[in-house]
Structures are given as C-alpha cells and as structure tokens.
Write a protein that binds this ligand. Structure first.
Ligand code: 5GP
Length: 120
C-alpha cells in the first residue's frame, strides 16, 4: 500500500459500529450501507470487512478467498436491492487522482435512475 491503513478512518468506525450507518447488507466478507450524501435514489457503499486502503492494496494483498468474497458480495447487494433488471453502476475511486476521500476500500453502487456518461 502507498499509505498504511488508518484504523480510525470513518468506515473502520462504521464497521465497528462506533458511528451509525444504515446497513442494507452484510455477510462474512463485506458490509453495505447507505452513502450519507447520495447522488442517486440508491447509493450504497460496499466495503470489505478486511483492512484495505484501496483497490490497489486489496488487489495486491488480499487472499484470493477474500477477493472472491468481496466481489461476490457486491453482486449480492445489487441483487438484494432488486437492481439486476434495470441495471446499476459500480464506481471505485483510488487515490488522489481517483478522488478517493475515505481510506478504506469501498465500491459505490448507484441505481434507481438512468446514469449519464460520467467518464470524467
Ligand atoms: P470516495 O470519494 O472516498 O470514493 O467516497 C466517500 C463516500 O463516503 C462519499 O460518497 C461520502 O458521501 C461518503 N461518506 C463520507 N462520510 C460518511 C459517513 O460518515 N457515513 C456514510 N454513510 N457515508 C459517508
């Protein structure tokens, strides 16, 4: 990792239950909760339970079972929210140029409306 994992980051506190969140899904590998500033009718953040700074950290350092568990969990969240028919968008921001603010890996899951191109 380019930076050490900070166990006091806000999502670590949410995972430990020290800060409230509206959880919509959880399993052995991941937890999903509503984003505090939603940009779509459905905007949830899917975070692995493990301590990873970013996708870079996770992809390089997580055991294969954990990678599989997290990837599967993201798909499970979308299915549980009933988004498979209409579709949805996954976004992952990595580091400063990626616009990542919170240093615990999270995938944004957006749904409930038609998304724009958003390639910037
Ligand atoms: P990033 O830019 O790091 O990919 O996205 C961080 C996301 O976390 C933002 O969409 C922001 O609204 C959300 N967020 C920041 N603080 C909190 C919080 O305390 N609770 C929740 N539920 N979401 C948060």
């Amino acid at each position: 990792p380019t930076q050490p994992y900070d166990s006091d980051n806000i999502f670590a506190k949410i995972l430990r239950g020290e800060i409230p969140s509206t959880r919509v899904y959880e399993d052995e590998w991941a937890v999903a909760f509503e984003d505090i500033a939603p940009v779509a009718p459905i905007h949830v953040l899917v975070v692995p339970r493990g301590a990873y700074v970013s996708w870079d950290d996770f992809s390089q350092n997580a055991p294969a079972q954990e990678v599989a568990g997290y990837v599967k969990a993201i798909g499970n969240v979308a299915r549980q929210l009933g988004l498979v028919e209409d579709g949805y968008r996954l976004i992952n921001n990595i580091g400063p140029d990626g616009g990542q603010i919170v240093p615990h890996l999270h995938v944004h899951l957006l749904g409930g409306r038609t998304m724009g191109p958003m390639l910037t």
